[in-house]
Design a protein around this ligand. Structure first.
Ligand SMILES: CC(=O)N[C@H]1[C@@H](OP(=O)(O)O)O[C@H](CO)[C@@H](O)[C@@H]1O
Ligand SMILES: [Mg+2]
Length: 540
């Protein structure tokens, strides 16, 4: 194997002057820099699979909402979760090894982690629609062959589909089987669960889905074939921005990130007033809803609004199913969640809120501490996870009334409809459609549940963002010294003020967030805190 790894790695030399890091969402950068990184991620996957006794590891090649010329790669653990934290550092070490040291570093990891070379290594992988994908797959395959790994190429998939397949592969034939190990199995599971969740309910009008000209387009077209039209148990979906042939159109003036950051609909959307619209990102793991209100203009229904909608609906069902005493429901957010949403969950829904650092892996982990854990980043990445106790209770609780029986049936359907491995735009869309149908709500009624505090996110370029160190789920700075006190002083002067600064995990910048009772105060606070950070950043 050593000779094979050496020979293969010589075809994928590392750019000499580059330092790589497994960040919030794996490795992500300009695609032309990624060849050696993807090759080495293949080596990590082989190590990880062997370390876990031959369980299958997933690899997704995507750069999500980034521009078309970027690409990226991330690893998926056997139950479909993000790669375990400590392995991010091993991946980083291997990605940064000099070509001549690569084998030494690989064998060093093998030894340190007590990996048995005789254990089989198994990997599945897929990619999004970027033009750079196929060449990167070839680099990956070279690593998998050199390490004697068994592998399956699932070609084009959304990121959550690859997470789904990873879990299905590892649970196949066991009592915990997550579903049929195929793309078709994914559509069947979702569409069947949707019909059950929608029993006796109807969606109203159409939902316009902007697919960011990414892999979500062809996959949603596929899913639609399995769904009924908008009669009982169905939904009318109008797909826009589904052109995957024009490479440069990916995420261009469309997609979840565009809508969230620009606070406007994609120019291609022709949806009328009050019509439901949503946007996926380039690998379909994020979703944002929105609509045009004839009086107030564009209205965003972001990840916070999806989380509160899901928590309120599932909370009601758990009560109707008489399971409130045995199941703990909670919502997990990050510091970027709008303060009004946090207040709404705690005060109006009466549910606890946990706050974690940015990055889905932290939210997911915190959500598993609840029996029903609802987590979403404000940008639309999230899901709902159910504990084994919750799933058992949904199955075994004896209903004493038709209403209780119906609630239990809906809960069982939701557990199948909602992707348990990771945020999934297609599954989340069907969840939102289900809830709105049950509540007979238009997007306007959903929007009115609470009013977002005006807020502002500012990107501040500094010389060294790593000087900005935080605590308390990134809500407070411990370094540079004294800066937090200055921020606190500014915040105390505005009504409902809140502000924090942290180093981005995906860009070379510090992000400043501020919110306050009025637009003017929020903007002013953000710009003052950004000013402080800029000053601190100078010369550091
Ligand atoms: C404020 C914000 O939206 N941050 C994003 C962004 O992380 P940063 O560490 O803030 O760059 O990219 C992450 C990965 O996609 C995503 O999880 C996160 O929510
Ligand atoms: Mg994404």
């Amino acid at each position: 194997m050593d000779d094979k790894i050496l020979a293969a790695s010589s075809k994928h030399p590392k750019p000499v002057d580059r330092v790589f890091q497994y960040g919030t969402a794996g490795f992500r950068m300009k695609a032309n820099l990624l060849d050696s990184v993807v090759f080495r991620v293949g080596l990590v996957a082989a190590l990880r699979s062997r370390k876990l006794g031959g369980q299958t590891i997933g690899i997704m090649i995507t750069a999500s909402h980034n521009p078309p010329e970027d690409n990226g790669v991330k690893l998926v653990d056997p139950m479909g979760e993000m790669l375990e934290n400590s392995w991010e550092a091993y991946s980083t070490d291997l990605a940064n090894a000099k070509d001549e040291d690569l084998l030494k570093v690989y064998k060093g990891l093998e030894e340190k982690l007590k990996v048995n070379r005789e254990t089989p290594a198994r990997v599945i992988y897929a990619r999004d629609t970027r033009a750079s994908g196929p060449a990167l797959v070839r680099a990956l395959v070279d690593a998998l062959q050199a390490t004697g790994s068994e592998y399956t190429d699932y070609k084009l998939l959304t990121t959550p589909q690859l997470h789904y397949l990873t879990r299905c592969t590892n649970t196949e034939g066991t009592p915990q089987s997550y579903g049929e190990v195929s793309e078709k199995g994914y559509y069947e599971k979702l569409s069947e669960a949707f019909v059950r969740a929608m029993k006796g309910k109807k969606t109203v009008g159409t939902v316009t889905v902007d697919c960011a000209n990414g892999v979500g387009g062809p996959k949603l077209h596929e899913l639609v074939k399995y769904l009924k039209k908008g009669s009982e148990g169905g939904v009318d979906i109008k797909i826009i921005n589904d052109d995957v042939l024009k490479a440069e159109s990916l995420n261009h003036e469309c997609g979840a990130d565009f809508v969230k950051t620009k606070q406007r609909a994609p120019p291609t959307s022709k949806a009328g007033n009050n019509e439901r619209c949503c946007s996926l990102d380039g690998d379909a793991d994020r979703i944002i809803y929105y609509f045009n209100d004839p009086e107030h203009g564009f209205r965003l229904l972001d990840g916070d609004k999806i989380a509160t909608l899901a928590a309120s609906f599932i909370g009601d069902l758990v009560r109707e199913a008489r399971l409130s005493d045995e199941l703990k429901i909670g919502v997990v957010q990050t510091a970027y969640a709008n303060g009004a949403s946090t207040k709404y969950v705690e005060k109006s829904l009466g549910l606890p809120v946990a706050c974690t650092p940015t990055g889905v892996k932290w939210l997911h982990h915190a959500a598993t501490k609840f029996d029903v854990g609802v987590y979403f980043e404000a940008n639309g990445h999230g899901t709902v996870v159910f504990s084994p106790q919750a799933l058992k209770a949904f199955r075994t609780k004896d209903p004493e009334s038709p209403a209780q029986a119906a609630a239990l049936e809906t809960l069982r359907a939701l557990a199948d409809l909602i992707n348990q491995t990771v945020g999934d735009a297609l599954s989340d869309m069907l969840l939102v459609e289900t809830i709105l149908a049950h509540k007979t709500w238009t997007p306007r009624e959903w929007d009115l549940t609470y009013v977002d505090l005006p807020n502002r996110l500012v990107r501040v370029e500094v010389k060294n963002r790593y000087l900005f160190k935080t605590t308390d789920a990134e809500r407070k700075l411990v370094e540079p010294q004294g800066l937090q006190e200055q921020i606190d002083a500014l915040v105390s002067k505005v009504r409902d003020g809140r502000s924090f600064a942290r180093a981005s995990g995906t860009e070379d910048a510090v992000r400043v967030y501020a919110e306050a009772a009025t637009r003017g105060e929020a903007d002013d606070l953000a710009s003052k805190v950004a000013g402080l950070c800029r000053q601190e950043g100078i010369g550091s």
